[in-house]
Design a protein around this ligand. Structure first.
Ligand code: ISE
Length: 346
């Protein structure tokens, strides 16, 4: 495949599918956006038209089903941005077709389902599955990782994260937030500390009466890594004022915290500060683009994607499931992972 453009098919034309399709078409020169598919065909057609496609133009074609897109000889690689419940079966279909796939998080609906994908990929003996934990490509998080690896902080001991959404996106139950939102924080802690999570403990509360009784939309997640180091995250999905993600790494000789780029400093009516968006995609646009470009370029050049793998998706879901059990039971839960297959060791 060296130096050819990678012909990409995108499944799902919702928030993330549209963002990736726009990035692919406008900014990733090594990529040709070949096809789109969505259960709502009209939505896929509108996106295709916006991107100069359909009806013989040079943009993406609109296909009728995910199966058709995965099987298409005009598609080299697939991006899965369908609803979460379909991720695992679509990734499995890509593996069966021998096509590289970048799947949005979470990888599957349970750790058991994710493990089946890990086993299928390991059985096939080559890395085809990549996962969209985009923070790994966010300049601020990447700078933290570079500092940790450089030794400038001494040995990193503690990762602390804050993850706030303005409004609960779909569901304010603790189990949903732990799988859908906290997956990012679990991945950040594993990636930045370079260790698996061994134990997790979660407490939560319902932030306001208008939410269903069972809501736990403010969560405190504490993790102990396999080597005894620590991680903690606050998740608050109804923070109201806006969307914010931040992280700090505390080491033996210093600490480093992310600073999201604030593009303006507003001075008005006795106020000086920076506006906060409630759009959870906007602060990470640079990260989504860098992730997609890295994935496409590694496919073109025959290298291994430097972002998250199916193993990372499985590990995150195993921690999320243990975290949900901890929240329900009010006590810490151990996280048990299977042995890591060799294909994930680099
Ligand atoms: C959403 O699905 C995401 O992936 C966002 O990055 C996250 O911040 C948000 O909480 C999720 O609902």
């Amino acid at each position: 495949m060296a130096s050819a453009r990678i012909r990409l098919g995108v499944i799902g034309a919702g928030t993330m599918g549209s963002q990736h399709a726009r990035n692919a078409r406008r900014f990733v020169s090594a990529c040709e956006l070949a096809a789109l598919q969505d259960l709502d065909r009209g939505r896929a057609e509108r996106l295709a038209a916006e991107l100069g496609g359909a009806n013989g133009a040079d943009g993406p074609a609109v296909l009728s089903s995910p199966e058709e897109l995965i099987a298409s000889s005009a598609v080299d690689a697939v991006l899965v941005a369908a609803p979460d419940a379909f991720h695992a079966e679509l990734v499995l279909a890509c593996l069966a077709a021998g096509k590289a796939v970048l799947c949005e998080k979470p990888l599957a609906s349970s750790p058991e389902e994710a493990l089946r994908l890990v086993e299928a990929e390991a059985g096939a003996g080559r890395r085809l599955v990549s996962l969209g934990f985009q923070r790994r490509f966010d300049p601020a998080h990447a700078a933290l990782k570079a500092l940790a690896d450089s030794g400038a902080l001494g040995r990193p001991l503690l990762w602390k994260g804050v993850h706030r959404n303005a409004k609960a996106a779909y569901d304010s139950s603790g189990a949903f937030i732990l799988a859908n939102s906290a997956g990012h924080d679990i991945d950040s802690s594993r990636w930045l500390l370079g260790a698996e999570v061994a134990e997790v403990s979660v407490r939560g509360l319902r932030s306001r009466e208008e939410l269903p009784e069972s809501s736990r939309d403010l969560l405190l997640v504490q993790m102990i890594m396999a080597d005894g180091r620590l991680a903690s995250a606050e998740l608050f999905v109804s923070a109201d004022y806006g969307y914010e993600v931040s992280a700090e790494l505390v080491g033996q000789r210093g600490s480093a915290a992310t600073a999201q780029p604030d593009r303006v400093c507003l001075r008005s009516s006795g106020f000086r500060g920076s506006p906060v968006t409630s759009d959870w995609t906007a602060p990470f646009q640079e990260a989504y683009l860098a992730e997609l470009a890295a994935w496409i370029e590694t496919l073109r050049d025959g290298r291994v994607f430097p972002g998250a793998s199916a193993w990372d998706g499985y590990a995150a879901l195993a921690v999320s499931a243990a975290a949900a059990a901890s929240l329900a039971e009010g006590k810490p839960r151990a996280v048990a992972l299977v042995g890591k297959p060799r294909i994930y060791s680099n």
